[in-house]
Design a protein around this ligand. Sequence first.
Ligand SMILES: NC(=O)c1ccc[n+]([C@@H]2O[C@H](COP(=O)([O-])OP(=O)(O)OC[C@H]3O[C@@H](n4cnc5c(N)ncnc54)[C@H](O)[C@@H]3O)[C@@H](O)[C@H]2O)c1
Length: 387
Amino acid sequence: MGLDDFKKNQEKKVIDTNKKVRVGIIGTGWIADAHIASYLRQPDVEIVAGADLIPGKAKAFFEKHGVEGVKTDYASHKEMLADKSLKLDAVSICTYNRQHAQPAIDSLNAGINVLLEKPFTVTLDEAVEVIKAEKASGKILSIGHQPRMDANMKMIKKICQSGQLGQIYYIQTGGGRRRGIPTPYGTSFIEDKTAGLGALGDIGCYSLDMVLNAVGNPKPLTVSGYKSAFFGKDPNYSNYVKTGHPEYASIFGVDDFAAAFIRLEGGIILDFRIAWAMNLDTSGDTIIMGTKGSLRIPSTECWNGTVGGAMTIYHEVCGEQTQTTVPIIKMEENLFDLKIRTFLDAVKEGGTAPVPSSEILYNQAIIDGIARSAEAGKEVEIVIPEI
Ligand SMILES: NC(=O)c1ccc[n+]([C@@H]2O[C@H](COP(=O)([O-])OP(=O)(O)OC[C@H]3O[C@@H](n4cnc5c(N)ncnc54)[C@H](O)[C@@H]3O)[C@@H](O)[C@H]2O)c1
């Protein structure tokens, strides 16, 4: 099977437009724009409600998108969820990180399916509570990792699962940006009270998922982590100066760089680093090393969890060292549309979440472990509670 056939095999579903999904949006900021744009491209969605903590913001959001008849007169997401007249099937939770867990728990407790933006939560304890609510509700909870929809990511998993690399024993992952602290729409990414995590959660969750998902989600055991904020806390950081916001330095309360050495079950070492800002072009490609072959996945310039170019497998043929190039697969569909579409299909069919919380739990446990270890200044154990 060639790569084009592999891509064609990502099956397309026939959409039953007689059965509409009634959707609400919690949090109507930057990423909610992408959610609504994708929902509006689906023929079987009715957007019926929205809520934002900031009065008037949800109303203005739907007006901006030209969507009429949406109820927005709610003081909180809880009021919206309590409005039974809406008959909500699903919500997109597009709130900042520290407001992921509670709205997700409340939505699931109200019997509503949830598409929750990434990172899953801020702490491992929060993720555990959300999964408990999910299990009790029997509803679908999908985490917003759209890079999972990328055929190139599926190819990475296929290569790792095929045995072509032999036994995988060492992984290097991560990436970063030279100057990329995300402040174009305000400070919700950089304040501790809203974000809770910086680069570590924002783009670190993508790097971790790229490899954990590929190698079968091994359990993390221990982590020695590091975090810093040299750029974020500097009033002379070039993007603050360019945008006229040197005051952002004093409210920067998260990390702009994180690194870690993680031991995974099965004897796999995971070497991780991620940056929103650094004096370097890239903090390295993703490398998956195995006893029969190793895979190099080029980093992207603006790290967003996707594949930066053709991948290479380093291996032997007839005792000779050689390389195999795995060309990039061009995606015809928008990854965000696929994230929304696969969620809607799961809601309609009562199927499995496209990005199940169970597959992101270890990702969150590692992020939590890195934060705890960085705080403690020593290696820590990762203990996953029974759910
Ligand atoms: N998947 C992606 O590609 C992607 C890209 C950007 C951001 N994100 C994620 O989306 C989330 C939101 O990011 P953003 O840039 O849109 O932030 P933002 O600050 O622009 O918007 C968040 C909105 O949520 C509202 N809010 C917070 N708590 C609320 C609550 N309990 N009820 C109702 N409204 C509430 C805020 O008032 C704000 O308007 C973050 O977790 C971020 O990591 C994902």
